[in-house]
Design a protein around this ligand. Sequence first.
Ligand code: ADP
Length: 484
Amino acid sequence: MRAEQYRGRMFIDGQWTDSRSGGTFEVTDPATGEVIGEVPDGGADDARDAIAAADAAFRAWSSTTATARADLLYAAWRRMTERSDELAELMTREQGKPLKASKAEVKYAADFLRFYAEEATRVTGEWLPSSRPDQRFLVLRQPVGVVAMVTPWNYPISMLTRKMAPALAAGCTLVLKPAEATPLCARAVFEIFEEVDTPAGVVNLVTALDPKPIGDVFTTDDRVRKLTFTGSTAVGRHLAGVAAGNLKRVSVELGGHAPFIVFPDADPVRAAKGAAALKFLNAGQACISPNRLYVSAEHEDAFVSTLVERVSRVKAGNGFDDGVGVGPLVNEAAVAKVADQVSDAVGKGASALVGGDRLREAPFDRGHFYAPTLLSGVADGMKIYREETFGPVAPVIRYDDVDHVLDLANDTNFGLAAYVYTTSLSTAIRAFEGLRFGIVGVNDVNPTSASAPFGGMKDSGIGREGSHDGIAEYLETKTGGFAL
Ligand code: ADP
């Protein structure tokens, strides 16, 4: 059976367009390897056309009322909600995650549209006193200008709205380049903005197989005033460096290596259930996925045996099939990286209690599948202890000294998410204060929401998305001194 074909287009200055070169690239289903569509292969000239459109639209868009911008975002929220089933199906086809997870993501994506519709009308200024009796100060918050956005494939709809909604609410115009693996989800998001009559040039989409020429334009073009990026630390470091060198504002959401600590006073069975639910979300392809499960020595047996039972139950497969908890990984390189980390760990003394290999037999042979895996006996010195896995592998590390477990958890260059299981309020507060991570889940495996700040410390990034903080990233502060 031939998969239905999707035809992608770029969206520049209110028009659906091909690339200037006329070139296209194919999009494949990671579960089956089937080609499901094709999209324009844009280049530097297309990026410049999109920036020119965003620049031309900025004056009018930034002069609209906050209420008008809120109305547009509410309309987009309604439209995304109406189209949620269809968007979820497209996401499962293009990105591979189980359909239920795709539906949850579309809801999360829509939440940003609604939250920033509300937030648009709460951008305020200040009236400040002066030491001079004949002077007053006013503080005005204004949109930064044209924003260039680069987004990843793992959350191919919500990572767009998490950037686009606050930017639009603030009064910015934008150019977005989605990941080459998931341009069709991006097209669908832009269709929604077209359907709600977003003025031409306010939102622009450029797709490309090779992201580099687009990144070069985004980070050097004078008309771009801010770069926002979500993706790997290596690419984010490079883009942020060039953009900052050109004195653009920069926000980057990068990799993570989340610790998950089971304290001696925790219920190890509850913690193991939480860890299993969290670790296999999106096949572990999330920057907040736990990468080090620290369990206190007295709980190791109960924690590990519950995890063995839970992980054995996680079914890998096509995200459209009932009961599937883990879909395919994004590509072959991702599978190879996971396989390398697991064989390195096993070679250095870890045990694969569940899984431990890629899935090769039909129906997995055409896609990029790795078995849901549980490793025990993981220790420092193994690659998985330091490197982000981005795959369905839960690595368990036993610890003996509770006084030093926060030091172990903090001993990483990353600083995005951390998780803690405890029944003690003071342990919870000490851990919350002591962990050098931007997000801490306390007995909670989903510490994310449109209304809560999301972002990392250290190599996990700069800036925050979501919440009131998220719109501040798109605003300049202007001070007025008024002599009376
Ligand atoms: P991953 O390794 O998980 O795919 P990347 O950081 O490579 O993560 O990708 C995240 C996003 O960054 C994607 O949209 C990708 O196309 C883009 N990207 C990668 N390299 C560059 C670059 N040099 N310039 C601009 N964008 C880039």
